[in-house]
Write a protein that binds this ligand. Structure first.
Ligand code: HEM
Length: 491
């Protein structure tokens, strides 16, 4: 057969191209490609120690936000050989945590909290099939329809809170804590059992919050310590004994209350014996939901009080909306909600302005991933910088100001926010399970407090936005001076 020179050239190019493709495919499959793809950019850090100073730095999200300008939307750092990847933009968070959710639905291993203190049964810290069962069960009692059954309970608790605040305003932090724990424990275990449950759950979460402060657990940095026998490790003995005591109490409450008539419309009634979970899984799910609900919501309400004391015009506008719709002779209820858009906007702004979890709840990457040409390694801890996203100047002009009106005609589509207007509830399949009951609790407490009280700065006591303290991954206002007085109402 006769071949002209152009055919020879074509054959030659095909052969070269084919061989090159074959080589590329084999090279990628061999795993050597993995080593060549670069990691996302980030601070260089010290040899072995990496960016260890971040462990002791207050409010690390401020540093992450600075790094966004230097290194871009995805930043990688290392601490003691652990890789941490920070997602600084909505786009990166949605691409990875929502669209590639299956690769990012893990949680970092925490030997102290998720293994020793909670026996691998704490819903936010687990993954795999156990997590899926917990998630389904939680959705069944916390979906938007289900939470309506708690509205009466929420209204009663908010009225009691206002009475306590007006009777004894100096003690506002404790009144708020007591009321919110009581609410969630009553939703969890029934009204008749809320006091016993509140006591135990507050004690439990107090220990967890303490253990979650970075650097408080040597075991998480040196896992070999967890393998020591208990007789050689007093801390291990102590944590395991506490776990057994919590377990006895939580399982005991569910076993004794599961068929008890005093539990009413509670989670125990809905979940016990009716789903795919064992009694101890069910017991830990309810305890954990009550603990997170009480702790988180009671940490968000002080942000609202602070905003009202600092922005009196916002407070007056909300009170006049409530006065027009509700009047002075009854308290606001959930029936009024759709007629109180400004109060609803305050709920969103409280959550956006100072998110309780500025870096969310860290995830872990379950398998090697390539994003923007960079390799994100399996096992990396992945942190969404919610603080930076909620302060995106294109979505939120004057982002540091408390301006609820921004949400009145809010036409932006905030990626990943599921219509909330902010990303404080996290992303994708692991987005906060309690967001609907939390929105309800914040709405009714804010509406009832604004209806009944004036919140002002104390005379001669300077008050600024900078009263926030950080507790590991959580931030909330410390105790600050403010005055709570009765408005002139007829209820
Ligand atoms: C008050 C405001 C609240 C905020 C701002 C908030 C925020 C968050 C965030 C950022 C996450 C991590 C989501 C992610 O990984 O992407 C989360 C998870 C979670 N939240 Fe909330 N939360 C709130 C209230 C609540 C309440 C009231 C409950 C329970 C009644 C609750 C239960 C949970 C649970 C169980 C998870 C873990 C879900 C999972 O891992 O699948 N939260 N929350």
């Amino acid at each position: 057969m006769y071949l002209d020179s152009s055919m020879v050239l074509q054959l030659y190019l095909c052969a070269v191209f084919g061989l090159a493709s074959l080589f590329l495919v084999r090279w990628k499959a061999s795993g050597r490609f993995r080593k060549v793809a670069s990691s996302p950019p980030g601070p260089p850090g010290l040899p072995f120690l990496g960016s260890v100073s971040l462990l002791w730095e207050r409010k690390p999200w401020l540093r992450f936000t600075e790094w966004k300008d230097v290194y871009g939307p995805v930043v990688q750092l290392r601490i003691f050989g652990k890789t941490i990847v920070v997602l600084n933009t909505h786009e990166a968070a949605v691409d990875l945590l929502c669209r590639r959710g299956r690769d990012y639905d893990g949680r970092p291993r925490s030997i102290l909290i998720s293994e020793m203190m909670t026996g691998g049964l704490a819903f936010p810290l687990i993954h795999g099939d156990l997590w899926k069962r917990h998630r389904r069960a939680a959705q069944s009692v916390l979906n938007p329809r289900a939470v309506e059954q708690y509205h009466g309970n929420q209204e009663r608790h908010s009225k009691q809170l206002v009475q306590d605040l007006l009777q004894d305003p100096e003690e506002w932090p404790e009144h708020i804590k007591r009321s919110l724990y009581s609410l969630y424990c009553s939703v969890g275990y029934g009204d008749a059992n809320k006091d016993r449950a509140s006591y135990r759950i507050r004690n439990f979460i107090g220990r967890i919050v303490h253990a979650a402060i970075p650097g408080s657990s040597a075991t998480d940095f040196f896992p070999v310590l967890a393998r020591l026998p208990t007789w050689l490790s007093p801390p291990k003995r102590h944590y395991l004994a506490q776990f057994r005591a919590d377990n006895r109490e939580f399982v005991g409450m569910v076993s004794s209350l599961g068929s008890d008539v005093t539990t009413g419309d509670s989670m125990v009634t809905s979940l016990h014996g009716t789903n795919e979970m064992s009694t101890s899984e069910c017991a830990w799910l309810i305890a954990v939901l009550c603990a997170i609900g009480g702790e988180v919501t009671s940490s968000v309400l002080p942000t609202f009080l602070l905003a009202m004391a600092l922005y009196p015009d916002v407070q007056r506008r909300a009170q006049s909306e409530i006065d027009n719709i509700v009047g002075k002779d009854r308290f606001p209820t959930f029936e009024d909600r759709h007629k109180l858009p400004y109060v609803q906007a305050i709920v969103r702004e409280v959550l956006r302005w100072r998110p309780i979890g500025p870096i969310g709840f860290p995830r872990s990457c379950l398998q090697d991933n390539y994003y923007g040409g960079h390799l994100i390694e399996a096992g990396s801890i992945v942190v969404p910088n919610i603080w930076a996203m909620n302060r995106d100047p294109l979505l939120y002009p004057d982002y540091d100001e408390f301006r609820p009106e921004r949400f009145l005609n809010f036409e932006h589509d905030v990626p990943g926010a599921l219509g909330q207007g902010h990303v404080s509830y996290g992303f994708g399949d692991r987005i906060c399970s309690g967001m609907h009951i939390a929105n309800d609790a914040l709405f009714i407490n804010i509406a009832v407090i604004l209806h009944a009280c004036d919140i002002t700065k104390r005379l001669h006591c300077p008050l600024t936005k900078d009263v926030f303290e950080d507790f590991g991954i959580v931030t909330r206002p410390g105790i600050f001076p403010c005055q709570i007085t009765a408005r002139n109402n007829d209820v």
